[in-house]
Write a protein that binds this ligand. Sequence first.
Ligand SMILES: C[S@@+](CC[C@H](N)C(=O)[O-])C[C@H]1O[C@@H](n2cnc3c(N)ncnc32)[C@H](O)[C@@H]1O
Length: 242
Amino acid sequence: MLRFVCKETERDLTNDELRGLFPEELNLLEGKTFENPVIFLTENSRVFLKSDKEEEKPVSIDIDYELNYHSKTFKETSINKQPLYKAFGLPKGEWVDDLTAGLLGDSLLIYSMGLNIRAYERHIVPQIMITNALKNTALLDPTRFHFFPKGASYLLDEDLTGRTLYFDPMFEDPNHKTAPKKEMRIFRSVVTVDLDAEELLEKLIAKRPRRIVVKRPMKSRVLGRKPSHSIEGKSTRYDVYL
Ligand SMILES: C[S@@+](CC[C@H](N)C(=O)[O-])C[C@H]1O[C@@H](n2cnc3c(N)ncnc32)[C@H](O)[C@@H]1O
């Protein structure tokens, strides 16, 4: 069950309040049922995913905060040296399809490196969070960032020639479990595991896009077949399929 609870008064928003404040988010829920208990706290026009643990802070996506953070970082360090930028091998202004948008962390990093983003997300909870975040940004250029609240498998019906895909599914190597950051724990427990990740990757490779970059924890096994090459960061590895 999905609830929207006012952070200040701690009561559920009425349908009229929801329709007035969050019409786009509500549209996403149309015709969908959601069994698991999820609570969104609302504060003015923003939604926050409430954790089931009191000690954990509610999670939200603050696009302007993240863009400012990256902009500062890229004043101090060169974008060309970023492992992810190297993995794409693309000049600024080109488009990347982020197949697994999640909480937009990677989408916004890639965008901040000067690339444009088509972001896909299939789970209703991050879909709501992303839609809400996009309404609350003053800095993101909508001509450079497009969001599709649907599964990336729809790309299997498209011509992917020349396209650059980025894939970061929720898929753990049982031999190399990594502890999620505190704020990611509740998100992970809601979204659970992407069991179809290997199969989708294989089908996407068969479509022969320009390249697919798969994000993996450093010591985890590769998601599917052996990549063409890998670029290593501090704790992350980018497996590149050409
Ligand atoms: C590990 S999270 C991605 C985190 C993201 N890279 C970030 O920085 O916030 C994986 C996300 O991808 C979504 N996802 C997995 N497979 C997908 C697919 N085939 N199409 C669209 N979304 C997918 C999941 O619902 C989940 O939200």
